[in-house]
Design a protein around this ligand. Sequence first.
Ligand SMILES: C[S@@+](CC[C@H](N)C(=O)[O-])C[C@H]1O[C@@H](n2cnc3c(N)ncnc32)[C@H](O)[C@@H]1O
Length: 247
Amino acid sequence: MSIDTATGKEAPAELSSERVYEIFSNIAKKYERFNAVSSFGAYKLWLAGMMRQAPIDHTSDVLDIAGGTGDVAFAVARTKRPAHIQLTDFVPEMLDVARAHYSEGASCGVPVDFDEVDAQNIPYDDASYDVITMAYGIRNMPDRPRALAEMFRVLKPGGALVCLEFSTPPNRAWRALYGFYLKHLIPFWGGLITGDREGFVYLGNSIRAFPNQENLAQMMREAGFCDVTWKNYTGGIAAVHVAEKPR
Ligand SMILES: C[S@@+](CC[C@H](N)C(=O)[O-])C[C@H]1O[C@@H](n2cnc3c(N)ncnc32)[C@H](O)[C@@H]1O
């Protein structure tokens, strides 16, 4: 079943896919500023947490899903020195920015290949990657069970999915404050800085409609993953889930 990623309600997949495609193809060049603004810079801490949790070593072949301009892939390259990274996204304009960073040396010598890939239909063989990384990707996908099933399929047995996403603060007061920030401040502040108010309205709506930590973990289990754990960051505003494919 596919949903509208802005409301969580059942809807044709094209509705969300076309909207997300339009947002990211338009903001590709401004995306890194957009990212910094929307999290007040906290995304750097969350990314560092993701790197600490990621079971990647120098032998790993890593698939980065919804990799955008390459923040995650290049952090993996710098901190883990894996054998290879496949950086994928379904918006070519985002990949163009990533390629430009790569040609400026962002991967510190780690080989990176780029490919246009919709995570709901991954064009790679079964059991071909050791680790999949994905940051702020699954929330934008209208058919999440299918995307998770595809990631499960292309992982090797014993491999892991490492997923960073906005989430739900467990503390009620913090959750209320954060809800106010998402609804009122983020569109105003983000629109002022990047000129793309609508992108920030969508961001807030999609975060509010996204499953909480346990529900996302359950979706991963339903796709076949085991030993699903997560760690909250900034009081649960973001969470990093790690899920394994059974050996
Ligand atoms: C918020 S950005 C995150 C980019 C990057 N992971 C980062 O941390 O900066 C979300 C990305 O997801 C991509 N995306 C959305 N839906 C997708 C899908 N179905 N398949 C692949 N990529 C998708 C968008 O094009 C966009 O580049």
